[in-house]
Design a protein around this ligand. Structure first.
Ligand code: PLP
Length: 411
């Protein structure tokens, strides 16, 4: 590029990450050498295949005919009027097949596996949402799926275990250590390393070693591309603000990536749980510090020994002690704002959206709605587009058992 090239020729955010998987200082690949060879293989295959005409056409067809995309953008007239603040719009990922955004990257990962001739999809799951989405993709492609899940989580998230079994996935119980997500990750990696030629590891968010944060973002990008076009068509302008909840960060990166080069404020919302004390929340970007976990460098919550810290959130899809490296990077350069919503703010928003709009959100997505309600009051002349990452059917029993009194309130 000549030195007087116009600024529009500067690399856009899509140029991230670099060839080693770094977004600024964050990301990369911090894994044992034997695993690195496998990651390199996945990376090369992804770079080659995902840009081929056949792959792109097949994924487009799947999104339209199987997933039901594009999902709509919806104006929340009642909620907006009630708040008397900003105009609030939702990107309805709750209407994506299986009821959440996760199927977007699972179908992409499974399609890549099909092109590579893989015979098995392997993953871990915590709450079971990623397991269900991957089991769905496996059923679609006729590729066997093996989901590793801690025994504690199996007992806690039984309905999702049943869904995975109905869809034909093999659920492998993990009985080591605390029998939860961390041990399940180890177990899934072990199974993958035992047969990397015939199997492929499918991650559940924009986390893990390179190339996963890149791959998952690119498969989720469809959310942002659709939403930008739909919002422009509906209103004739861009949104002033885009809001999404952040666990690992995949639904947020999906919608953010449609607006990174626009003059639009991007807000990631982390779960503040019961409060700011370590162990009471999972707001990694807000309260964490730099460190390596699960094969990548990012901002994470640590205990006194520097190990991944204890986390809590009412939303099991958000209780992760680190965050996707691109989020750490975008925050560090000031491109994104990071806000929070507590457990009770999220529950209040869960009921508010249900009552006022007839939409029961996932308790994860309710964090984004809760923050949006606060933002809408501060910015009455603006508009806000929220990524409603999933529907709340999975949460209704838990919420009525633990927060039933909210159902008797007026909204
Ligand atoms: C898993 C999940 C999330 C959190 O994951 P991200 O990678 O941060 O998007 C958010 N919403 C729903 C509905 C989920 O199932």
């Amino acid at each position: 590029m000549s030195k007087d090239a116009p600024s529009s020729a500067l690399p856009t955010h899509r140029a991230q990450p670099d060839a080693q998987g770094f977004f600024g200082q964050f990301g990369g690949s911090f894994i044992p050498p034997e695993l690195q060879a496998q990651m390199d293989e996945i990376n090369h295959a992804y770079q080659r295949i995902s840009r081929s005409y056949d792959f792109i056409q097949e994924l487009r067809s799947i999104r339209q005919h199987f997933q039901g995309r594009p999902t709509p953008v919806y104006y929340c007239k009642n909620l907006s009027n009630k708040i008397d603040g900003a105009r609030i719009y939702l990107k309805r990922e709750d209407l994506n097949h299986t009821g959440a955004h996760k199927l977007n990257h699972c179908m992409g990962e499974a399609l890549l596996a099909k092109y590579l001739g893989k015979k098995k999809l392997i993953a871990e799951t915590g709450a079971g949402q990623h397991g269900v989405a991957l089991a769905t993709a496996g059923a679609y492609f006729g590729i066997p799926v093996e989901i590793h899940m801690g025994e504690v989580d199996i007992a806690k998230e039984y309905p999702n275990v049943v869904r995975m079994k109905i869809l034909g996935a093999k659920v492998v119980p993990v009985s080591k250590g605390l029998k939860t997500l961390k041990e399940a990750v180890g177990s899934a990696f072990e199974a993958y390393l035992a047969d990397p030629v015939n199997s492929i590891y499918c991650i559940g968010s924009v986390v893990g070693p390179h190339p996963f944060p890149l791959m998952v973002r690119e498969f989720q990008r469809v959310v942002g591309i659709e939403a930008r076009e739909q919002f422009l068509e509906m209103t004739g302008e861009l949104p002033d603000n885009v809001v999404a909840c952040v666990g690992g960060g995949s639904n947020a990166m999906g919608i953010f990536s449609g607006f990174l080069d626009d003059p639009v404020e991007l807000h990631g919302v982390e779960p503040l749980g019961r409060g700011v004390k370590l162990g009471d929340h999972a707001a990694s970007l807000s309260y964490g510090s730099e460190g390596v976990m699960h094969g990548f460098n990012s901002i994470m919550l640590k205990d006194e020994s520097g190990a991944p810290g204890p986390v809590h959130s009412v939303a099991s899809g958000l209780d992760y002690p680190s965050v996707g490296p691109e989020h750490a990077y975008l925050k560090s350069i000031g491109r994104t704002q990071v806000g929070t919503a507590t457990d009770t703010e999220a529950i209040d928003a869960f009921f508010r959206l249900s009552r006022l709009e007839g939409i029961i959100p996932a308790v994860e997505s309710a964090h984004a709605v809760a923050y949006t309600i606060k933002l809408a009051k501060e910015r009455p002349t603006q508009n806000i587009l929220v990524n409603l990452s999933g529907r709340g059917d999975k949460d209704i029993d838990f919420i009525m058992q633990n927060f039933g009194e909210y159902a008797d309130r007026d909204y």
